[in-house]
Design a protein around this ligand. Structure first.
Ligand code: IMP
Length: 174
């Protein structure tokens, strides 16, 4: 494999199947409630769009944007919110929709930040759970796919802004 080659990790069909299963579970768990889905930009945009169209419960949508990885495949370790949610979350059931949880630092930070807005509940839904570099203990209520290691792109995930548009998920040869 040369520097620019990619190995398929999850096909579009596999992802689609998992997204449907997640949507069924979320619809069942939140039945009779309204959930506020908060997409973490930019990586979760495709996952959120696919997930929301499979839900059978009423939803509200908002987005949050954080800067966690400076560039490339290594975490900068610093997390800051660059765009905050606009909805008033007080008393609402919030579900954070993430593309991937790696060290867990971003998700833990976001959960604490959103919890400070006094919602009724805050849970986490991530398409990918990559546990190799997990640095904090964090409960992920909804996980689509497990990944042992590697840096992946596609289905919203990027490497230096490239490859977000790919329908499947691929491992980069770095
Ligand atoms: P964490 O704070 O280490 O859990 O990192 C979370 C963020 O890092 C994700 O929301 C992604 O933006 C980015 N990230 C972590 N692993 C990957 C990967 O394999 N591909 C693309 N982005 C990744």
């Amino acid at each position: 494999m040369t520097k620019h080659e990619k190995r398929v990790v999850f096909t579009a069909e596999e992802i689609g199947r998992q997204v449907r299963l997640l949507a069924n579970q979320i619809s069942e768990d939140y039945e009779g409630k309204e959930v506020v889905l908060i997409g973490v930009l930019k990586g979760a945009f495709i996952f959120l769009a696919d997930l929301v169209r499979q839900l059978t419960i009423p939803v509200q949508l908002d987005f949050i944007r954080v800067a966690s990885y400076g560039s490339g495949t290594e975490s900068s370790g610093k997390i800051r919110i660059t765009t905050d949610v606009e909805l008033d979350l007080k008393g609402l059931d919030v579900l954070i929709v993430e593309d991937i949880v790696d060290s867990g630092l971003t998700t833990a930070f976001l959960k604490e930040h959103l919890a400070s807005k006094k919602p009724r509940s805050v849970k986490i839904c991530t398409l990918l759970d990559k546990r190799e570099r997990r640095a904090v203990s964090i409960t992920l209520e909804y996980v689509g796919l497990q990944l042992d290691k590697g840096f992946v792109v596609g289905y919203g995930l990027d490497c230096n802004e490239a490859n977000r548009q790919l329908p499947g998920i691929y491992e980069l040869n770095s």
